[in-house]
Design a binder for this molecule. Structure first.
Ligand SMILES: [Zn+2]
Length: 384
Protein backbone atom coordinates (compact mmCIF):
# COMPACT_ATOMS: atom_id res chain seq x y z
CA UNK A 1 0.00 0.00 0.00
CA UNK A 2 1.34 3.40 -0.86
CA UNK A 3 0.27 6.25 1.34
CA UNK A 4 1.39 9.77 0.67
CA UNK A 5 0.39 12.14 3.37
CA UNK A 6 -0.81 14.92 1.24
CA UNK A 7 -0.92 18.54 1.43
CA UNK A 8 -4.09 19.94 2.89
CA UNK A 9 -2.77 21.80 5.86
CA UNK A 10 -4.55 23.01 8.95
CA UNK A 11 -7.49 20.70 8.64
CA UNK A 12 -9.59 21.65 11.59
CA UNK A 13 -12.78 19.82 11.44
CA UNK A 14 -15.22 18.37 13.88
CA UNK A 15 -17.40 15.44 13.12
CA UNK A 16 -20.33 17.80 12.77
CA UNK A 17 -18.79 19.65 9.87
CA UNK A 18 -17.81 16.35 8.27
CA UNK A 19 -21.33 15.03 8.50
CA UNK A 20 -22.81 18.45 7.95
CA UNK A 21 -21.31 19.14 4.55
CA UNK A 22 -23.86 18.85 1.80
CA UNK A 23 -26.38 16.16 2.54
CA UNK A 24 -25.09 12.71 1.80
CA UNK A 25 -27.42 12.40 -1.15
CA UNK A 26 -26.21 15.48 -3.03
CA UNK A 27 -23.75 15.40 -5.88
CA UNK A 28 -20.90 17.85 -5.47
CA UNK A 29 -19.14 19.44 -8.39
CA UNK A 30 -15.61 20.70 -7.93
CA UNK A 31 -13.49 22.50 -10.48
CA UNK A 32 -9.78 22.60 -9.77
CA UNK A 33 -6.62 23.68 -11.51
CA UNK A 34 -3.65 21.32 -11.33
CA UNK A 35 -0.48 21.17 -13.41
CA UNK A 36 -1.83 23.92 -15.64
CA UNK A 37 -4.99 22.00 -16.44
CA UNK A 38 -8.57 22.67 -15.40
CA UNK A 39 -10.25 19.51 -14.06
CA UNK A 40 -13.91 18.96 -13.19
CA UNK A 41 -14.82 16.27 -10.71
CA UNK A 42 -18.30 15.21 -9.60
CA UNK A 43 -18.62 13.22 -6.43
CA UNK A 44 -19.21 13.23 -2.73
CA UNK A 45 -17.54 15.78 -0.49
CA UNK A 46 -15.96 13.94 2.45
CA UNK A 47 -14.09 16.74 4.16
CA UNK A 48 -14.27 20.51 3.95
CA UNK A 49 -11.32 21.94 5.83
CA UNK A 50 -11.35 25.34 7.47
CA UNK A 51 -8.58 26.56 5.21
CA UNK A 52 -10.76 25.85 2.16
CA UNK A 53 -9.17 22.53 1.21
CA UNK A 54 -11.45 19.66 0.20
CA UNK A 55 -11.50 15.91 0.03
CA UNK A 56 -13.85 14.68 -2.66
CA UNK A 57 -14.67 11.11 -3.57
CA UNK A 58 -15.46 10.84 -7.27
CA UNK A 59 -18.00 8.43 -8.75
CA UNK A 60 -15.16 6.13 -9.83
CA UNK A 61 -13.86 5.86 -6.26
CA UNK A 62 -10.87 8.15 -6.80
CA UNK A 63 -10.14 10.49 -3.87
CA UNK A 64 -9.32 14.04 -4.80
CA UNK A 65 -7.50 16.07 -2.16
CA UNK A 66 -7.84 19.64 -3.33
CA UNK A 67 -5.75 22.36 -1.77
CA UNK A 68 -7.22 25.86 -1.35
CA UNK A 69 -5.05 27.31 -4.12
CA UNK A 70 -6.09 24.56 -6.55
CA UNK A 71 -9.79 25.11 -6.00
CA UNK A 72 -11.55 27.10 -8.74
CA UNK A 73 -15.20 26.56 -7.82
CA UNK A 74 -17.50 24.29 -5.91
CA UNK A 75 -21.23 23.70 -6.23
CA UNK A 76 -23.72 20.95 -5.56
CA UNK A 77 -27.02 19.82 -6.95
CA UNK A 78 -29.82 17.60 -5.77
CA UNK A 79 -28.81 14.61 -7.90
CA UNK A 80 -27.91 11.69 -5.66
CA UNK A 81 -24.31 10.49 -5.47
CA UNK A 82 -24.13 7.13 -7.18
CA UNK A 83 -20.92 5.17 -7.58
CA UNK A 84 -20.21 4.00 -11.12
CA UNK A 85 -21.17 0.41 -11.80
CA UNK A 86 -18.70 -2.05 -13.26
CA UNK A 87 -19.62 -1.33 -16.89
CA UNK A 88 -19.37 2.46 -16.64
CA UNK A 89 -16.26 2.25 -14.51
CA UNK A 90 -14.61 -0.14 -16.96
CA UNK A 91 -15.38 2.20 -19.87
CA UNK A 92 -13.93 5.16 -17.96
CA UNK A 93 -10.72 3.32 -17.10
CA UNK A 94 -10.28 1.96 -20.62
CA UNK A 95 -10.61 5.50 -22.00
CA UNK A 96 -7.53 6.54 -20.01
CA UNK A 97 -5.39 3.54 -21.01
CA UNK A 98 -3.62 2.82 -24.29
CA UNK A 99 -5.42 0.58 -26.79
CA UNK A 100 -5.42 -3.17 -26.20
CA UNK A 101 -6.98 -3.39 -22.73
CA UNK A 102 -10.12 -5.30 -21.90
CA UNK A 103 -12.32 -5.84 -18.84
CA UNK A 104 -13.20 -8.98 -16.95
CA UNK A 105 -15.84 -8.80 -14.21
CA UNK A 106 -16.42 -11.00 -11.21
CA UNK A 107 -18.87 -10.57 -8.32
CA UNK A 108 -16.71 -7.91 -6.61
CA UNK A 109 -13.85 -7.23 -9.00
CA UNK A 110 -13.23 -5.46 -12.24
CA UNK A 111 -10.02 -6.75 -13.78
CA UNK A 112 -8.71 -4.43 -16.50
CA UNK A 113 -5.99 -6.22 -18.41
CA UNK A 114 -3.94 -6.44 -21.57
CA UNK A 115 -2.47 -9.82 -20.82
CA UNK A 116 -4.23 -13.12 -21.53
CA UNK A 117 -7.86 -13.43 -20.50
CA UNK A 118 -6.87 -16.62 -18.73
CA UNK A 119 -4.57 -14.68 -16.42
CA UNK A 120 -7.26 -12.04 -15.78
CA UNK A 121 -9.65 -14.84 -14.83
CA UNK A 122 -7.04 -16.42 -12.59
CA UNK A 123 -6.59 -13.08 -10.79
CA UNK A 124 -10.36 -12.67 -10.48
CA UNK A 125 -10.79 -16.05 -8.87
CA UNK A 126 -7.78 -15.59 -6.56
CA UNK A 127 -9.16 -12.23 -5.36
CA UNK A 128 -12.71 -13.51 -4.94
CA UNK A 129 -11.43 -16.40 -2.85
CA UNK A 130 -9.40 -14.00 -0.71
CA UNK A 131 -12.41 -11.68 -0.42
CA UNK A 132 -14.57 -14.52 0.81
CA UNK A 133 -11.95 -15.72 3.30
CA UNK A 134 -11.30 -12.18 4.55
CA UNK A 135 -14.96 -11.34 5.08
CA UNK A 136 -15.65 -14.70 6.74
CA UNK A 137 -12.69 -14.22 9.04
CA UNK A 138 -13.80 -10.83 10.38
CA UNK A 139 -17.48 -11.65 10.46
CA UNK A 140 -16.73 -14.71 12.59
CA UNK A 141 -14.72 -12.51 14.91
CA UNK A 142 -17.70 -10.23 15.33
CA UNK A 143 -16.70 -7.28 13.16
CA UNK A 144 -19.45 -6.10 10.89
CA UNK A 145 -18.06 -5.39 7.43
CA UNK A 146 -19.82 -3.49 4.68
CA UNK A 147 -20.12 -4.36 1.00
CA UNK A 148 -17.70 -2.35 -1.15
CA UNK A 149 -19.23 0.82 -2.52
CA UNK A 150 -17.27 0.49 -5.77
CA UNK A 151 -16.19 -2.46 -7.89
CA UNK A 152 -12.69 -3.44 -6.76
CA UNK A 153 -10.41 -2.59 -9.65
CA UNK A 154 -7.21 -4.43 -10.54
CA UNK A 155 -5.14 -3.27 -13.50
CA UNK A 156 -3.13 -6.18 -14.81
CA UNK A 157 -0.42 -5.30 -17.31
CA UNK A 158 1.05 -7.81 -19.73
CA UNK A 159 4.62 -7.01 -18.79
CA UNK A 160 6.68 -5.36 -16.14
CA UNK A 161 7.80 -2.44 -18.30
CA UNK A 162 4.33 -1.18 -19.23
CA UNK A 163 3.24 -1.64 -15.61
CA UNK A 164 6.21 0.44 -14.44
CA UNK A 165 5.37 3.18 -16.98
CA UNK A 166 1.85 3.33 -15.58
CA UNK A 167 2.98 3.19 -11.95
CA UNK A 168 5.84 5.69 -12.08
CA UNK A 169 3.76 8.89 -11.76
CA UNK A 170 2.12 7.40 -8.68
CA UNK A 171 4.93 5.59 -6.87
CA UNK A 172 8.02 7.10 -8.47
CA UNK A 173 11.14 5.17 -9.36
CA UNK A 174 10.17 2.38 -6.99
CA UNK A 175 7.88 1.21 -9.77
CA UNK A 176 10.72 -0.84 -11.19
CA UNK A 177 11.12 -2.88 -8.02
CA UNK A 178 7.56 -3.09 -6.68
CA UNK A 179 5.58 -6.01 -8.00
CA UNK A 180 2.16 -4.53 -7.41
CA UNK A 181 0.48 -1.97 -5.21
CA UNK A 182 -2.84 -0.69 -3.96
CA UNK A 183 -3.35 3.03 -4.33
CA UNK A 184 -5.36 4.80 -1.64
CA UNK A 185 -5.97 7.71 -4.02
CA UNK A 186 -7.31 5.73 -6.99
CA UNK A 187 -8.64 2.80 -4.92
CA UNK A 188 -7.11 0.52 -7.57
CA UNK A 189 -4.50 -2.19 -7.58
CA UNK A 190 -1.88 -2.26 -10.31
CA UNK A 191 0.27 -5.28 -11.15
CA UNK A 192 1.59 -7.30 -14.06
CA UNK A 193 1.31 -10.83 -15.37
CA UNK A 194 3.65 -12.86 -13.16
CA UNK A 195 3.79 -15.92 -15.34
CA UNK A 196 5.90 -14.20 -17.96
CA UNK A 197 3.97 -16.05 -20.60
CA UNK A 198 1.87 -13.14 -21.72
CA UNK A 199 3.26 -13.27 -25.23
CA UNK A 200 1.73 -16.68 -25.73
CA UNK A 201 -1.71 -17.22 -27.10
CA UNK A 202 -3.26 -13.96 -26.09
CA UNK A 203 -6.36 -14.71 -28.10
CA UNK A 204 -6.74 -18.41 -27.59
CA UNK A 205 -6.71 -18.33 -23.79
CA UNK A 206 -4.48 -21.29 -23.36
CA UNK A 207 -3.38 -19.89 -20.03
CA UNK A 208 -5.55 -22.15 -17.95
CA UNK A 209 -5.91 -21.71 -14.21
CA UNK A 210 -4.15 -25.03 -13.67
CA UNK A 211 -1.17 -23.96 -15.77
CA UNK A 212 -0.91 -20.62 -13.99
CA UNK A 213 -1.16 -22.31 -10.59
CA UNK A 214 1.60 -24.68 -11.61
CA UNK A 215 3.89 -21.78 -12.51
CA UNK A 216 3.06 -19.65 -9.48
CA UNK A 217 2.96 -22.41 -6.87
CA UNK A 218 6.70 -22.95 -7.21
CA UNK A 219 8.53 -22.06 -4.01
CA UNK A 220 10.47 -19.35 -5.81
CA UNK A 221 7.20 -17.58 -6.68
CA UNK A 222 5.71 -17.72 -3.18
CA UNK A 223 6.87 -14.26 -2.06
CA UNK A 224 5.90 -12.71 -5.39
CA UNK A 225 2.36 -14.02 -5.17
CA UNK A 226 2.29 -13.03 -1.49
CA UNK A 227 2.88 -9.43 -2.53
CA UNK A 228 -0.19 -9.47 -4.73
CA UNK A 229 -2.28 -11.09 -2.00
CA UNK A 230 -0.94 -8.53 0.47
CA UNK A 231 -2.03 -5.63 -1.74
CA UNK A 232 -5.39 -7.25 -2.45
CA UNK A 233 -5.90 -7.55 1.31
CA UNK A 234 -5.32 -3.81 1.70
CA UNK A 235 -7.87 -3.11 -1.00
CA UNK A 236 -10.53 -5.29 0.63
CA UNK A 237 -9.79 -3.84 4.09
CA UNK A 238 -10.17 -0.27 2.83
CA UNK A 239 -13.34 -1.06 0.89
CA UNK A 240 -15.24 -3.18 3.40
CA UNK A 241 -15.09 -0.81 6.35
CA UNK A 242 -12.10 -2.24 8.22
CA UNK A 243 -10.13 0.94 7.52
CA UNK A 244 -11.04 4.32 6.07
CA UNK A 245 -8.97 5.70 3.22
CA UNK A 246 -6.92 8.78 4.15
CA UNK A 247 -7.61 8.31 7.83
CA UNK A 248 -4.81 7.92 10.34
CA UNK A 249 -4.92 4.18 10.83
CA UNK A 250 -1.53 3.24 12.35
CA UNK A 251 0.63 1.70 9.66
CA UNK A 252 1.76 -1.22 11.85
CA UNK A 253 -1.92 -2.12 12.21
CA UNK A 254 -2.99 -2.02 8.54
CA UNK A 255 0.27 -3.65 7.43
CA UNK A 256 0.02 -6.24 10.20
CA UNK A 257 -3.35 -7.31 8.84
CA UNK A 258 -2.10 -7.42 5.24
CA UNK A 259 0.85 -9.57 6.30
CA UNK A 260 -1.44 -11.78 8.40
CA UNK A 261 -3.38 -12.58 5.21
CA UNK A 262 -0.61 -12.57 2.62
CA UNK A 263 0.46 -16.23 2.60
CA UNK A 264 -0.91 -17.57 -0.69
CA UNK A 265 -3.08 -20.64 -0.86
CA UNK A 266 -3.10 -21.71 -4.48
CA UNK A 267 -3.93 -25.29 -3.63
CA UNK A 268 -7.60 -24.99 -2.83
CA UNK A 269 -10.33 -23.92 -5.18
CA UNK A 270 -12.70 -22.47 -2.60
CA UNK A 271 -11.23 -21.79 0.82
CA UNK A 272 -8.05 -20.12 1.92
CA UNK A 273 -6.42 -22.36 4.47
CA UNK A 274 -3.35 -20.26 5.11
CA UNK A 275 -5.09 -17.31 6.82
CA UNK A 276 -3.82 -16.83 10.31
CA UNK A 277 -1.21 -19.53 10.00
CA UNK A 278 2.38 -18.74 10.83
CA UNK A 279 3.96 -16.54 8.19
CA UNK A 280 7.28 -18.33 8.14
CA UNK A 281 9.12 -15.64 6.18
CA UNK A 282 8.06 -12.91 8.60
CA UNK A 283 8.67 -15.12 11.64
CA UNK A 284 12.24 -15.79 10.51
CA UNK A 285 12.79 -12.07 9.99
CA UNK A 286 11.31 -11.33 13.41
CA UNK A 287 13.56 -13.89 15.09
CA UNK A 288 16.58 -12.39 13.41
CA UNK A 289 15.60 -8.87 14.48
CA UNK A 290 15.37 -9.94 18.12
CA UNK A 291 19.16 -10.01 18.34
CA UNK A 292 19.27 -6.24 18.28
CA UNK A 293 15.74 -5.36 19.35
CA UNK A 294 15.66 -2.21 21.52
CA UNK A 295 13.70 -2.38 24.77
CA UNK A 296 11.24 0.28 23.55
CA UNK A 297 10.52 -1.54 20.31
CA UNK A 298 6.82 -2.01 21.01
CA UNK A 299 6.37 1.68 21.78
CA UNK A 300 8.22 2.90 18.69
CA UNK A 301 6.21 0.52 16.53
CA UNK A 302 2.81 1.72 17.71
CA UNK A 303 3.41 5.42 18.35
CA UNK A 304 4.00 6.48 14.70
CA UNK A 305 4.72 5.09 11.23
CA UNK A 306 8.39 5.95 11.07
CA UNK A 307 9.93 2.49 11.41
CA UNK A 308 7.73 1.02 8.69
CA UNK A 309 8.71 3.77 6.28
CA UNK A 310 12.41 4.09 7.01
CA UNK A 311 14.54 2.33 4.45
CA UNK A 312 16.78 -0.25 6.06
CA UNK A 313 14.32 -0.85 8.90
CA UNK A 314 11.25 -1.73 6.92
CA UNK A 315 11.63 -5.50 6.87
CA UNK A 316 12.16 -5.75 10.63
CA UNK A 317 9.26 -3.41 11.30
CA UNK A 318 6.90 -5.37 9.02
CA UNK A 319 7.97 -8.60 10.69
CA UNK A 320 7.27 -7.12 14.11
CA UNK A 321 3.91 -5.76 12.88
CA UNK A 322 3.02 -9.29 11.74
CA UNK A 323 4.18 -10.84 15.02
CA UNK A 324 2.26 -8.34 17.13
CA UNK A 325 -0.88 -8.85 15.03
CA UNK A 326 -0.51 -12.62 15.31
CA UNK A 327 -0.06 -12.41 19.08
CA UNK A 328 -2.89 -9.96 19.72
CA UNK A 329 -5.44 -11.69 17.49
CA UNK A 330 -4.74 -14.97 19.25
CA UNK A 331 -4.24 -13.87 22.84
CA UNK A 332 -6.42 -10.76 23.02
CA UNK A 333 -9.19 -11.26 20.45
CA UNK A 334 -11.83 -9.21 22.26
CA UNK A 335 -9.43 -6.32 22.90
CA UNK A 336 -8.13 -6.47 19.34
CA UNK A 337 -11.67 -6.19 18.04
CA UNK A 338 -12.38 -3.15 20.23
CA UNK A 339 -9.16 -1.52 19.00
CA UNK A 340 -10.09 -2.33 15.40
CA UNK A 341 -13.47 -0.66 15.88
CA UNK A 342 -11.82 2.49 17.24
CA UNK A 343 -9.44 2.67 14.29
CA UNK A 344 -12.06 1.89 11.67
CA UNK A 345 -14.04 4.94 12.74
CA UNK A 346 -11.21 7.41 12.21
CA UNK A 347 -12.04 10.50 10.18
CA UNK A 348 -10.08 11.18 6.99
CA UNK A 349 -7.31 13.77 7.19
CA UNK A 350 -7.14 13.97 10.96
CA UNK A 351 -3.61 12.97 11.96
CA UNK A 352 -3.13 11.74 15.50
CA UNK A 353 -0.25 12.67 17.74
CA UNK A 354 1.98 9.81 18.95
CA UNK A 355 0.47 10.22 22.44
CA UNK A 356 -3.01 9.60 21.02
CA UNK A 357 -1.83 6.42 19.34
CA UNK A 358 -0.32 5.14 22.56
CA UNK A 359 -3.36 6.14 24.59
CA UNK A 360 -5.73 4.30 22.23
CA UNK A 361 -3.51 1.23 22.22
CA UNK A 362 -3.38 1.20 26.02
CA UNK A 363 -7.14 1.72 26.23
CA UNK A 364 -7.53 -1.57 24.36
CA UNK A 365 -4.65 -3.68 25.67
CA UNK A 366 -3.93 -2.26 29.11
CA UNK A 367 -1.68 0.36 30.64
CA UNK A 368 1.38 -1.79 31.23
CA UNK A 369 3.14 -1.96 27.85
CA UNK A 370 6.25 -3.34 29.49
CA UNK A 371 4.40 -6.41 30.76
CA UNK A 372 2.58 -6.82 27.44
CA UNK A 373 5.88 -6.70 25.58
CA UNK A 374 7.39 -9.38 27.84
CA UNK A 375 4.36 -11.58 27.29
CA UNK A 376 4.53 -10.94 23.53
CA UNK A 377 8.16 -12.04 23.34
CA UNK A 378 7.52 -15.12 25.47
CA UNK A 379 4.59 -16.10 23.27
CA UNK A 380 6.44 -15.56 19.99
CA UNK A 381 9.38 -17.54 21.37
CA UNK A 382 7.18 -20.62 21.31
CA UNK A 383 5.66 -20.11 17.85
CA UNK A 384 6.90 -22.57 15.26
ZN1 LIG B 1 1.17 -3.25 2.77
Amino acid sequence: MRLAKFTITAVILGSSSLLGVPAASALDHVVLRRDGKQIEVAGKLLVAAQDGGLLLMARDGVLWAVTPDELVSKSSDAAPFEPLGAKELGAKILADLPAGFDCYETAHYLIVYNTSRGYAQWCGSLFERLYMAFTNHWTRKGFELSEPEFPLVALVFADRRSYADYARPEIGDNAGSIIGYFSLASNRMAMYDLTGTQALNRTTDRNSAAEINRILAQPAAERIVATIVHEATHQIAFNCGLHTRYSDCPLWFSEGIAVYFETPDLGSSRGWRSIGTVNTTRLAQFRQSLRSRPSDSLVTLIRDDERLRKSGETLDAYAEAWALTYFLIRQYPRQYLAYLKTLSEKTPLIWDEPETRIREFKAAFGEDLHALDAEFLRYMGKVR
